[in-house]
Design a protein around this ligand. Structure first.
Ligand code: ADP
Ligand code: MG
Length: 295
């Protein structure tokens, strides 16, 4: 069988509720290949952060599991780096020291010069070479988030998990950091799983976008492959003839189809599995190669 780098298998999560339990999502199956950049989109409350936390090893599912590189995820690890929306840097450390902290934990055998040089390289990629000695309180929100991103990438985790990392930033800052994230990712080609609610951001960054239905009982209904050429540029990507076809498809899902239930005729099978002859490609459009869970 084709062994994927990450396999999320039959994941479900339920919380106790007044009258029984609330099943937030159910039978979620996701596969990621090594080096893939995958974004997940879905309405608030469908369970995206919970899935990401399970991938990180910070939360446990009610059933199902996550296999990374052949091993089951059970608890946090330096192999997985996480960036949250308001990732707290250590306020008493400078920009450089904050990144060094992660790098030293990852490579305890490195000397001070090696650690510094490595951290500086990643801070340069996010445009912070001039702010190495500033404390977080002296940085803007956007700069702080850049430090978090540099720190996450610098520790070279096998998997990077980003939970709406730009959610709290204004549109201009957000755009600049998206460019920096692309730059740093094109250097490292790490596997990234990112939550966003911004469809344009998802198209700019992703190899694939997973679309989740609403909870309770949410599931991944579709996997949309984004074949737009790389390197991508925020200013010019919208001129690509396929851009608005993809965008409209995503928006249409969120507006009209995210309320679909499995008994609408769809099943919870892995929409990210490679297509087989009996799961025909969508005839809707050749540019949006999306894989519907089933029909
Ligand atoms: P998303 O990131 O997609 O907005 P979350 O994963 O944060 O969604 O939460 C999914 C659902 O699970 C929400 O409806 C939330 O209220 C519920 N939930 C999360 N944590 C708990 C908890 N500890 N107890 C009860 N319900 C919870
Ligand atoms: Mg969330």
């Amino acid at each position: 069988m084709n062994q994927r780098f990450i396999s999320v298998e039959k994941l479900s999560k339920a919380f106790p509720a007044k009258d029984g339990e609330l099943v937030v999502f159910d039978d979620v199956n996701i596969s990621l290949d090594k080096g893939e950049f995958v974004c997940i989109i879905g309405h608030s409350g469908c369970g995206k952060s919970t899935i990401l936390n399970v991938l990180a090893g910070l939360d446990s599912p009610s059933s199902g599991g996550v296999i990374m590189d052949g091993k089951e995820v059970a608890g946090p690890s330096l192999e997985r780096g996480v960036v949250f929306q308001n990732y707290s840097l250590m306020p008493w450390l400078t920009t450089l020291q904050n990144v060094n902290f992660g790098v030293r934990a990852r490579w305890p055998e490195w000397n001070k010069e090696q650690v510094n040089a490595h951290s500086r390289k990643f801070l340069e990629l996010v445009g912070l070479s001039h702010s190495l000695d500033k404390k977080p309180s002296q940085l803007s929100g956007g700069m702080r988030q850049r430090v978090s991103i540099a720190r996450a990438f610098a520790t070279n985790p096998k998997l990077l998990l980003l939970d709406e990392p730009f959610g709290a930033l204004d549109a201009l800052t957000r755009g600049v950091i998206q460019d920096e994230l692309l730059k740093i990712w094109s250097e490292t080609h790490q596997t990234v799983f990112m939550i966003t609610h911004d469809v344009d951001e998802a198209i700019l960054l992703s190899d694939r976008i997973l679309l989740m239905t609403n909870g309770p009982g949410a599931r991944v209904a579709e996997s949309v492959r984004i074949n737009l050429p790389r390197p991508r540029n925020r200013a010019t990507i919208i001129d690509h003839p396929d851009y608005y076809k993809i965008r409209n498809h995503l928006v249409n899902f969120l507006v009209s189809r995210s309320g679909e239930r499995p008994d609408d005729g769809t099943r919870n099978v892995d929409p990210t599995e490679p297509k087989t002859p009996d799961t025909p490609a969508s005839s809707e459009s050749s540019v949006i190669s999306y894989e519907r869970a089933a029909r």
